[in-house]
Every structure is written in structure tokens, then in C-alpha cells.
Design a protein around this ligand. Structure first.
Ligand code: M6R
Length: 559
């Protein structure tokens, strides 16, 4: 739609511009609320990512000063405030931005253009992510590195309460006092091809197929000569022996990885693991002790709630570890230690390869903790590492079954509700499968711990309801099958997902999917693959925008 509106000959010509895909906070998604916003005389225009908390107060002040407002956005208020100080003090854009920043409460990544300063973009940042890239004769500004990777590889990380002036091929930085400051330029080593579709119809499908490589690289970064070494991430032998409890905190799919981590670490290393959603953790006044460790998992490293959770942990003086994909992102910079997942740039909104590499990172931590805490012997340690090293090839095998899943997905693309069931680690996988389904297919889906069925959920099952049951854990297999039988007795249509060898699944399920066998602690890496494919194929069959589902952003940089 934007393309239609801007390609009809009315588009402005020029070599300098700002744009923003708005996530609606103040004011509905509509043309009038769309960015950029401008001053009354259109001399100052800008875009903004974040939330201005005192926008009402500022708006009233600007109205008293004679400004009028056309939108419901906090961004319009911000731009008019910049315009006000620009005109009042006549000391240039940096001074106007600095004066605005002192009066504004909230978060912002702000990019502003002034008619009096053609060819220049002025930027300011507080708590919302922003990076600045420069190349020969060109400058770019974005929320994160993947957005500009196609155009440039040299990046500056602008800090909180800092400003910048961008001109062709150059960026100059200022502190809140307006004094010029120097920033190091970072070279991004990500492969440019990684940010292209490489022959696949969608980034999501490409990224699903990159999982064997991504998991191999991530595991390979810490496994050397048959042993795991996590010292670079601050997890030395002493730290692992001394830690008394872990807190895993994240949002969305990364939270599902935390759930899996709890099952795996508690079982293998016999160490208590607390799991929280970042948005809950940050406000629930968590009780943290200095001999514990808070682990924040985030692909983007910019999720607002995750960053706030990290800061809460740091404020309480607890050691922190970020498991992060984007190099140099806010969480990577602020956490005491970082373990980088090597997924490469993930473009599709629905995460796949980043999720899988986060799981891999947790396996490394679990196995090494178990070794350090002597809950496994050397033989078991070696066997687990051998299983980890075999995992990428098994993920590749799990991908081979995709034609059957495509067929099944096309048959069930019209359903209204899907339920995902699992027990133990399979429950964590069910949560991820359900999120993959709903976020890109817009089908209502829920994940339940199968043991909870009788406590209410089963009343939702009626003739033909699609129920996807995950049963990869041998100790829980029979219990899962009993739950499936209960669902079938109420008319549910059953897809069973298990590992090779559990062939009795076919006696109960209407459609069975097998994944290769691995150590059951690592089963989530294989079981998730058919569920990612299901989400993808159902979205495709419904003719939806797989890579950019409605209402969603790749990184959620506002609360
Ligand atoms: O960048 P992060 O890992 O912090 O993002 C967390 C969630 O927003 C993210 O996993 C989201 O749930 C995905 N869209 C799921 O596919």
C-alpha cells in the first residue's frame, strides 16, 4: 500500500530521508498517525521509535505556545517540542535536541531533519535501540544491524542520552551537553548473503533450513577437543560450582527456551532454575542473591522488557549473563558476560534458527554445569558431547519430512483452533509450536501441559478439533498416549509427534510425524522442526505474509 501511494509520481525526490514502520502505542494505526511527523510550518520533520511518557504534559505546553496537533501520537509532540526549542534559542539542531531531551521522559530513538540543514539527519537516543552505519558517501540509521546489512558493514553504537549528526558518509556524535564525542567504528562480520533470501520464497523457510549450520556453529564455538569451554562467557569451573540457583528470563520464543532449559538443567545438573517472563520479572520485585546467576536470552538483544529485567538484576548486584544473537546490542553490552549464539541475521519475524541456537547454548550450559557439579561422570559427559555434535545432522534429517507436513498443513489450513499438548520438555516444545502457529497463521492456538487436560481444557475438544501431541520423552510417553486417547474419545483429530522407535504412536494418532533419536534432553531441537514447518505451511496455505505477520515487529523495543 505504501508502495502504491509513493510510486504514483507524487513521491518526493531527494537523497536524504527518514522513515519508520510504526508500532502503534499512542493512537491507532492510521495514515494520520503514520510517521514522519512535522512541525506546523513543516520545517522540522522526524520519526521516533519509543514512548514519550509525559507527552500529554508537553502537548498542553505546546498548545499554550500556539502549536496545533493533527495526530494522536506522542511523536508529533516530540517533533513540535524540538521545533519549539530550535526556534526559541536559535542555536542549531543539536542544541534543540539536547533541550528537548532534558524535558522528555520515556524512551526514544529519534531521527529529525531540519529544512535549514539539507542533507543532514540529526539523531538522539535514550533506552530505545539505535545504530548508525557509514559507508562510502552514505550514512544509515536503524534500530539494529540486520536492517542495514545489505548497504554497509561499518557501524557505530550510539549510547544512551547521546546525539548524532549524519551527513553523506559521515557521523559526528555529541553528549547531552552538546559537546562532540568520539565513538569507535565496529566492522560487522556477518555475511551479507545471510540477509538475503538465497532462492527461498521466504526468509522464514531459509532460516528454518539454516538451522543445522547455525546450531553447528554455536555448539562449535564452545566445544573444543571433546570438552565444553564456557570461560569466555564467565562460566568458569569455579563459578559453576559456586552458583546456587539460576534465573532464566526472556520473552516470547526465548522464554520457551528458558522453559526447556529448566527441565534440562535441573535434571542433568540438579541445580534449581527459576524461569520468568521479562515483563513479569521486572515488576515482581524478584528476590535475587549474589551467589545466583541471572541469564537473559534475547535474539535481538534489544527487547525492552528483557533489557529492563537485566537492569533489575544488575541493580540487585547479581551476576548476569546475556545469551544474545546480535553483536553489540544493548543486552550484549550491558550484561556482565555474553554468550553469542551464531545464528547470523534473522529477518523473519517468527524466530526459528535463533530459537534453535538459544537451545544449543542452554545445552552447553547444562552439560558443563553437570560436569562441574559432578552429577554426571566423564563417560556420560563424553556421550552427551558426542550427541550434541551429531545434532546438526539430525536437524537436517528432521527437515527431510517436509512434503508430508506440507500436505497435512494444506488439509488443515482452514481450522479455527489448534491445541498443542506435551509433558515435561515436550510441554516447552508445545508452547513454541503453538506460538509459531498463531503468530504467522492467525489461527487460535493454545499449548497445555497434557496433565492439565482434565482440569478444564478437555471441555474445548469437539468433533474434528486438531490436537498436536508431542511425545518424545520415554518416561512420559505412556501418559501422553493416555491423554491422546482421552482427546480422541471426544472427537479430536490427532497429530502425534514422537521420535523414531515409538511406532505405537500410529495406533492412536491419525497422523504421525517422527524425528530422529537423540539424547532426550536435546529432543526439543528436533521436535520443534516439524512444528516450525507446520506454522509456515499453514500460513502459506492461507495466503498470508509469512515473514511479516500483522501487528508484530521483529524486535519489541517498546514496553
Ligand atoms: O529478540 P528477542 O529474542 O528478545 O525477542 C523475543 C520475542 O519477541 C520473540 O522471540 C518473539 O516471540 C518471536 N516473534 C517469536 O517467533
Amino acid at each position: 500500500m505504501l508502495e502504491e501511494k509513493t510510486n504514483d509520481g507524487r513521491a518526493l525526490k531527494g537523497e536524504c530521508g527518514v522513515g519508520h514502520t510504526r508500532w502503534a502505542t499512542h493512537g491507532e494505526p492510521s495514515e494520520v498517525n503514520a510517521h514522519p511527523h512535522c512541525s506546523d510550518d513543516m520545517n522540522v520533520i522526524g520519526v521516533h521509535n519509543g514512548i514519550i511518557e509525559n507527552y500529554q504534559e508537553l502537548k498542553e505546553k505546546m498548545i499554550r505556545k500556539g502549536y496545533s496537533f493533527y495526530s494522536q501520537t506522542d511523536t508529533e509532540v516530540l517533533i513540535k517540542t524540538v521545533d519549539y526549542y530550535y526556534k526559541k534559542y536559535r542555536m542549531g539542531p543539536i542544541d534543540a535536541l539536547a533541550k528537548t531531551m532534558v524535558r522528555v521522559r520515556g524512551s526514544y530513538a529519534l531521527a529529525v531533519m531540519f529544512k535549514d540543514y539539507p542533507g543532514e539527519i540529526y539523531a538522539a537516543r535514550k533506552d530505545s535501540p539505535m545504530i548508525i552505519g557509514v559507508s562510502e558517501g552514505e550514512s544509515y540509521l536503524a534500530s539494529d544491524v540486520p536492517a542495514i546489512l545489505q548497504y554497509c558493514r561499518s557501524v557505530y553504537y550510539i549510547g544512551n542520552l547521546e546525539m548524532a549528526k549524519l551527513s553523506a558518509g559521515e557521523a559526528v556524535f555529541y553528549n547531552i551537553d552538546g559537546d562532540e564525542i568520539k565513538k569507535p567504528l565496529t566492522e560487522i562480520t556477518w555475511d551479507a548473503e545471510a540477509a538475503e533470501k538465497g532462492g527461498y520464497e521466504h526468509f522464514m523457510m531459509k532460516e528454518i533450513h539454516e538451522q543445522p549450520r547455525a546450531v553447528r556453529d554455536t555448539l562449535g564455538s564452545a566445544i573444543h577437543d571433546g570438552a565444553i569451554d564456557l570461560a569466555a562467557a564467565g562460566l568458569t569451573h569455579e563459578v559453576m560450582r559456586g552458583v546456587t540457583q539460576l534465573h532464566f528470563v526472556a520473552c516470547g520464543s526465548a522464554y520457551h527456551v528458558c522453559m526447556a532449559a529448566k527441565y534440562i538443567i535441573e535434571d542433568l545438573a540438579r541445580l534449581p532454575v527459576q524461569v520468568d517472563l521479562d515483563s513479569e520479572f521486572r515488576y515482581r520485585k524478584p528476590i535475587l542473591r549474589s551467589d545466583e546467576l541471572v541469564v537473559i536470552i534475547s535474539q535481538s538483544g534489544e527487547t525492552a522488557d528483557s533489557l529492563a529485567a537485566l537492569r533489575e538484576a544488575k541493580a540487585q548486584g547479581v551476576p548476569t549473563l546475556g545469551i544474545v544473537n546480535v553483536v553489540g546490542s544493548s543486552i550484549a553490552r550491558e550484561a556482565d558476560n555474553v554468550f553469542y549464539t551464531l545464528a547470523g541475521p534473522e529477518i523473519a519475524v517468527a524466530t526459528t534458527k535463533a530459537y534453535s541456537t538459544q537451545l544449543a547454548a542452554c545445552y552447553l550450559i547444562a552439560v558443563q554445569l553437570a560436569k562441574a557439579r559432578e552429577t554426571i561422570d566423564s563417560e556420560r559427559y563424553a556421550a552427551l558431547i558426542a550427541e550434541l555434535e551429531a545434532l546438526p545432522e539430525k536437524i537436517a534429517r528432521a527437515l527431510e519430512d517436509k512434503e508430508r507436513l506440507q500436505w497435512f498443513a494444506s488439509k488443515y489450513a482452514g481450522v479455527h483452533d489448534v491445541f498443542f499438548l506435551g509433558r515435561g520438555l515436550d510441554y516447552a516444545v508445545a508452547l513454541e509450536g503453538s506460538l509459531k502457529m498463531k503468530e504467522i497463521s492467525y489461527i487460535h492456538s493454545e499449548a497445555y501441559a497434557a496433565g492439565e487436560l482434565k482440569h478444564g481444557t478437555i471441555s474445548l475438544i469437539e468433533n474434528g478439533t486438531l490436537v498436536i501431541s508431542i511425545a518424545t520423552q520415554t518416561a512420559l510417553y505412556e501418559k501422553m498416549v493416555s491423554n491422546m486417547v482421552e482427546v480422541k474419545a471426544r472427537g479430536g483429530y490427532l497429530m502425534g509427534l514422537t521420535s523414531s522407535g515409538h511406532y505405537s504412536m500410529e495406533d492412536t494418532a491419525d497422523f504421525t510425524v517422527y524425528v530422529p533419536v537423540t539424547d532426550e534432553h536435546f529432543m526439543a531441537s528436533l521436535a520443534v522442526v516439524p512444528l516450525q514447518l507446520m506454522g509456515y505451511y499453514i500460513s502459506m496455505a492461507r495466503g498470508l505474509d509469512v515473514d511479516k505477520p500483522r501487528n508484530l515487529a521483529k524486535s519489541v523495543t517498546v514496553e
